[in-house]
Design a protein around this ligand. Structure first.
Ligand SMILES: NC(=O)c1ccc[n+]([C@@H]2O[C@H](COP(=O)([O-])OP(=O)(O)OC[C@H]3O[C@@H](n4cnc5c(N)ncnc54)[C@H](OP(=O)(O)O)[C@@H]3O)[C@@H](O)[C@H]2O)c1
Length: 221
């Protein structure tokens, strides 16, 4: 059975993608830092007669990624990697704390780089999908640090698309507008997150457009 790794699979978009891809017959390798959230998604997938396994992996930790790689290479046939985990801090640029900027770079940029470098060699035929944001397409007020991190992931993704053009591995970039997920739970940047698109709807659009290398889903207007 082909397996797909999803980072940040315990909530939001990662969870919805896990539910959908498991229904399509893939074994989902759910990863994140909070095992309880992953186990809850795993239970939901099992209830729907799908297959999933949960692994506690912090994508900013090269040693945790390497340990996970050993398990994947010995037990699973890797077909896909969805780099979905991400974090965001917002507000005027001059007040953006250096530590928060560093965290966004560590998770969004280096997390995606780390996972891609370690797992690409394990995918003989399949795909890597990077969940970016419309913040990776254009700059936005009070989003300087977040946009900088997502522009970096865009640069990585477009470069890999060229590097893997002649291979059996498809490299995909997904840019979406705001979604109603726990991403906004500790931020007042979005006043009413219930007005945003549901992550379930976005996940379905991604699955429906899987053949495309670049998927752009603009925000509700
Ligand atoms: N929500 C939006 O409006 C929006 C719009 C465009 C793009 N996006 C992007 O969509 C992606 C998914 O976000 P979401 O909206 O679904 O938010 P979310 O529900 O907060 O999901 C993010 C997930 O990433 C995991 N995570 C964070 N840091 C991690 C780390 N160091 N290692 C491993 N896992 C980590 C979190 O779980 P743990 O804390 O348990 O590890 C969480 O489950 C992100 O890349 C985000 O930038 C979001």
């Amino acid at each position: 059975m082909k397996s797909i790794i999803i980072t940040g699979a315990g909530s939001g978009l990662g969870k919805e993608l896990a539910l959908l891809y498991s229904q399509m017959g893939y074994h989902i390798l759910l990863t994140g830092r909070t095992l309880e959230k992953l186990k809850a998604v795993e239970d939901q997938i099992n209830t729907q007669k799908g297959q999933a396994s949960s692994f506690k992996v912090d994508i900013t930790s090269p040693s945790e990624i390497n340990e996970f790689m050993k398990v994947v290479s010995s037990e699973f046939k890797l077909y896909g990697l969805i780099n979905n985990a991400g974090t965001g801090y917002f507000g005027p640029f001059e007040s953006l704390e250096r530590q928060k900027m560093k965290e966004m770079m560590d998770v969004n940029v280096f997390g995606t780089l780390n996972m891609s470098q370690v797992f690409l060699p394990a995918i003989k035929e399949g795909f890597v999908m990077n969940i970016i944001s419309t913040a990776g397409l254009r700059g936005k007020k009070n989003e300087a640090g977040y946009c900088a991190s997502k522009f970096a992931v865009r640069g990585l993704t477009e470069s890999l698309q060229k590097e893997y053009e002649q291979s059996d591995i498809q490299i995909k970039a997904v840019y979406m507008g705001g979604m109603d997920t726990p991403f906004w739970d500790y931020s007042d940047h979005i006043k009413d997150k219930s007005r945003l698109q549901s992550p379930g709807k976005i996940a379905q659009i991604i699955v429906n457009n899987f053949e495309k290398d670049t998927i752009i889903i603009e925000a509700n207007t």
